[in-house]
Design a protein around this ligand. Sequence first.
Ligand code: GLN
Length: 467
Amino acid sequence: MITISDIHTSYKDGSKTVRTVVQSYLDVIREKNPEFNAFLDVYEEKAMSEAKLADERMTNSGGKLRLLEGIPIAIKDNILVKGYHVTAGSNILREYTATYDAFVVEKLREAGAIIVGKTNLDEFAMGSSNESSAFGPVRNPHNPEYVPGGSSGGSAASVAAGMTPVSLGSDTGGSIRQPASFCGVVGFKPSYGRVSRSGLIAMASSFDQIGPLANNVEDAETVFRAIEDKDPKDMTSQDIEDVPSKKKEFTLGIVSDLPEDGLDPAVKKIFEETVEKAKKEGFKIKSISLPHLKYALACYYVIVPAEVSSNLARFDGMRFGTRTDGDTLTEVYSKTRFSGFGTEVRRRIIVGTYVLSHGYYDAYYKKAQHVWRLITEDFAKAFKDVDAVLMPTAPAPPFKIGEKTKDPLEMYLADNYTVSANIAGLPGISLPAGKIDGMPIGVQLLGKRFEDYELLAAAKKLEQALS
Ligand code: GLN
């Protein structure tokens, strides 16, 4: 495992140049990507020319390094990089070229990072296994017969296979944390509003958040520092002081009424062992109640399809992406959307349109909004007594490719423990905690809204306990 600080040490002592480092990662991508299908696009030439500039810059600045100087990074392919394809894993955007850089891309460049390519994902970030991508599934580097998790499966596989030291994903209901857990890496979803969503192709705007995947918490924090900032183009983005926390003592909440349907006994055992390790490391443990957590998944799968149906209305063959011709305008719309979108995306558009429709709005959407508030209040109450909440990341271990594709509800259960952080706007981080039959299992910590650095400090301590 090579970290940002290892790479920076080799730049400082002159043992490596940015060119040699970037080239070595590009070589790994070339060797491993045919098997894992993690990358949809690799910017080989551009990355090497940026590496050359970075070497010159470092020589001229007397070896002074910015936060991500000369660090290769992979980006989920629902984030815009100007002049390059951005597919969102969908046929409808197969030929689409981004017309501007996402805010996070600008921030990465300001910090000196080198973008090496775009990673595969579930179509429009909808999924928990990467199998809904129009470009074929990503395979788990720990065993290619298994899914890497989703929807940021390409970004997780990239880090797990050593194709890049860090990557960016997006998390609407767990899509950074769950693939991190399945691939044995660290995945951090910042507080809602902490990282700008400008230039992220929207799935469900109330929950979407960009964040890093990395080999350890420190690297995740470094990437987070580089990308978090207020952006006038995202009205929900906040201006919050950027100071890493020095806090050392933490009380962790363990949820007494955690819904256990679908919780695998082996995952439960790893979770219980984690609690014991945390105690030994000096964490205080307290039991908390989140009485409405059992409704989180149902709430999520009403709110998210509703927002999806509205956000994806723009893909009509006129404004974005591919078009399928027809005799009337309505026929063009429907043919384009039918051939452009895959099954999962169409399913959500239909559910979303249904829950928002006259006569069903009160019964579904409004009720889900009510539950949304209750869950947020549950957390606010719990956080009066604890600094962070400790939970399993996913209820079950990584599964085989094809195992759950026939039953969408079973697939949705994979999100049972991750969606609540998005509903309440909280930061959440998944850490590797153990293995079952050679496949990684993660645990997650959820923190107070906007106290992302405190959460990262707690995560570093937990990482110690788990190492
Ligand atoms: N698996 C969840 C879903 O399908 C999460 C998606 C995400 O976070 N982008 O909705």
